[in-house]
Design a protein around this ligand. Structure first.
Ligand SMILES: Nc1ncnc2c1ncn2[C@@H]1O[C@H](COP(=O)(O)OP(=O)(O)OP(=O)(O)O)[C@@H](O)[C@H]1O
Length: 207
């Protein structure tokens, strides 16, 4: 099954950001960068309908304002930098048993489902939060620094897994990233926050 809707921001304003308009076609990754505190996470929260904002967000023909917030968030799924865990074991948080190849790609085997959340490292939490989100059949993804807690080798592996799944499923994705190398590897487009505006940057000027 492929999600085939464009995610579109139409004159969105939140915090110091104004007039943010962009369109992410199905299967594309648009990276968002900017200084600390410039509003990257807040913009993702606005797109996920977690914070009041000006302007409209569209998923295909579906307007954010036409749905209850929880229904919108199930489609336009935010994976925050700090994941939330509420039950004791990892398996209780996953909507369905993950495929062995997905677990392996993220460095786990099926025994991780029985692990206690309290023993998870921050990098393990981050990888499992991605697995949980992708297992919930979203239509679009908002990734807030999805590899921030990972070493270089694990970052490359998780990136490759994410990019493959995103292309396969046709999800439009906004991906907050700081690392220019990562942006060059994954992005179709790169937007940088410059004051109150988003500026288009070249993805990889040296490529
Ligand atoms: N609910 C809120 N109300 C008012 N201001 C907020 C709210 N949430 C965050 N802020 C402020 O908005 C600014 C942008 O925060 P945000 O978390 O989006 O930054 P960021 O670009 O993601 O930064 P970082 O790279 O450090 O994670 C910060 O100055 C923050 O203190």
């Amino acid at each position: 099954m492929t999600a085939s809707s464009t995610l579109r921001l139409d004159a969105v304003a939140i915090g110091t950001l104004t007039d943010v308009s962009l369109a992410v076609p199905p299967g594309e990754i648009h990276c968002l960068s900017g200084p600390s505190g410039s509003g990257k996470s807040r913009l993702l929260r606005a797109v996920a309908d977690l914070e009041p904002h000006v302007g409209q967000v569209w998923l295909g023909e579906l307007a954010q304002s036409s749905l209850p917030a929880h229904a919108w968030r199930a489609r336009v799924m935010l994976v925050p930098a700090e994941s939330q865990w509420w039950a004791d074991s990892v398996g209780e948080h996953l909507p369905a048993r993950p495929a062995v190849e997905d677990l392996a790609a993220l460095g786990f085997d099926a025994s991780v489902l029985d692990w206690q959340v309290s023993r998870l490292s921050s990098g393990e939490k981050q990888r499992l939060a991605l697995l949980r989100a992708l297992g919930q059949a979203p239509s679009a993804l908002l990734l807030d620094e999805p590899t921030a807690n990972l070493d270089d080798a694990t970052t490359r592996r998780v990136e490759a897994w994410l990019v493959e799944r995103i292309r396969q499923r046709g999800w439009p994705v906004i991906w907050v990233a700081h690392d220019r190398g990562q942006i060059a590897r994954v992005a179709n487009r790169h937007w940088r926050i410059d004051g109150s505006k988003l500026r288009a940057e070249e993805v990889a000027p040296w490529r």
